[in-house]
Design a protein around this ligand. Structure first.
Ligand code: GLN
Length: 281
């Protein structure tokens, strides 16, 4: 707003004073409105920490995710849903940011996050691992997981030696792939871009087994086993964390703070129960 003083000319002295008084009143009114807006109580939607400029400016928290990993993330039409999605949204509510999921191939998540510009966070059932920690930061762990071996229903599985000479479907760049590489000798590993493709290949008989995160295998075979079953639970003791660029420690701290609050206020348990049907141990 700008205030224009009319100089000299036809105005009488008293009119000039009146104009000046009005102008002063206007300036005061504007200043007071400004003040009262600033002293408003911050709502819970207000950001609690300083985030990257990009994130603040857009008001959006962009999330990269391999959305073929139920019950953590999957597409329902063109809407992402799942445990990670709800948890991320609850975190977004705490930070005053709208959470937007973008589908990415799992194997490309870390390099894309590192390159910057596409998304701020990885929420993708990603296991916290030392080699990944060299590349990106992880938030506090939010889920405990293990691996599983899935084969045709009725297979009597005795141990990894049984897999020699067999084809094992794995998801590229995952801890399941790493487990198979380390623990199975003489098998051919067949990489897939996501877990659902690996399961489809097993069902079609193109591979003999699939190694995949246990809660996801359980979910994928829940309603329709499609002739497959979990023949072995593999206790790897993994923990999932959200991934954040090493250039953005404020965001990691803000997510950790929000995650802590969600655990204390019961929201974490509610979301857990919604997707796993039980409360966390
Ligand atoms: N937890 C596994 C990993 O981090 C698999 C994750 C996934 O496929 N989305 O490698």
């Amino acid at each position: 707003m700008s205030i224009v003083f009319i100089e000299g000319g036809s105005m009488s002295k008293s009119k000039k004073w009146l104009a000046l008084a009005l102008a002063v009143a206007l300036v005061l009114a504007v200043a007071l409105t400004g003040c009262s807006a600033k002293t408003e109580e911050p709502t819970s939607e207000e950001p609690t920490e300083t985030m990257t400029l990009e994130t603040i400016e857009s008001g959006k928290l962009l999330v990269g995710s391999d959305t073929a990993f139920p019950p953590f993330e999957s597409m329902n039409g063109d809407v992402a849903e799942g445990f990670d999605v709800d948890l991320m949204k609850a975190i977004g509510d705490k930070l005053g940011l709208e959470v937007v999921f973008q589908t990415e191939i799992f194997d490309t998540l870390i390099p894309t996050l590192k390159a910057g510009g596409k998304f701020d966070v990885i929420a993708s059932g990603m296991t916290i691992k030392p080699d990944r920690q060299l590349e990106i930061d992880f938030t506090d762990a939010y889920y405990d997981s293990n691996q599983s071996l899935v084969m045709t229903k009725g297979t009597a599985y005795t141990g990894p030696e049984q897999l020699a000479g067999k084809k094992i479907g794995v998801q590229s760049g995952t801890t399941g792939e790493a487990w198979a590489k380390e623990n199975v000798e003489g098998a051919t590993l067949v990489p897939f871009k996501n877990a659902t493709d690996a399961f489809a290949a097993l069902q079609a008989g193109n591979v003999d087994a699939v190694v995949n995160d246990l809660p996801v295998s359980t979910e994928l075979l829940k309603d329709d086993d499609r002739g497959m079953e979990i023949v072995s639970q593999i206790p790897t003791g993994e923990q999932y964390g959200f991934g954040v660029s090493k250039d953005n420690p404020e965001l990691t701290a803000a997510i950790n703070k929000a995650l802590g609050e969600l655990r204390t206020d019961g929201t974490y348990n509610e979301i857990y129960q919604k997707w796993f049907g039980i409360l966390p141990e």
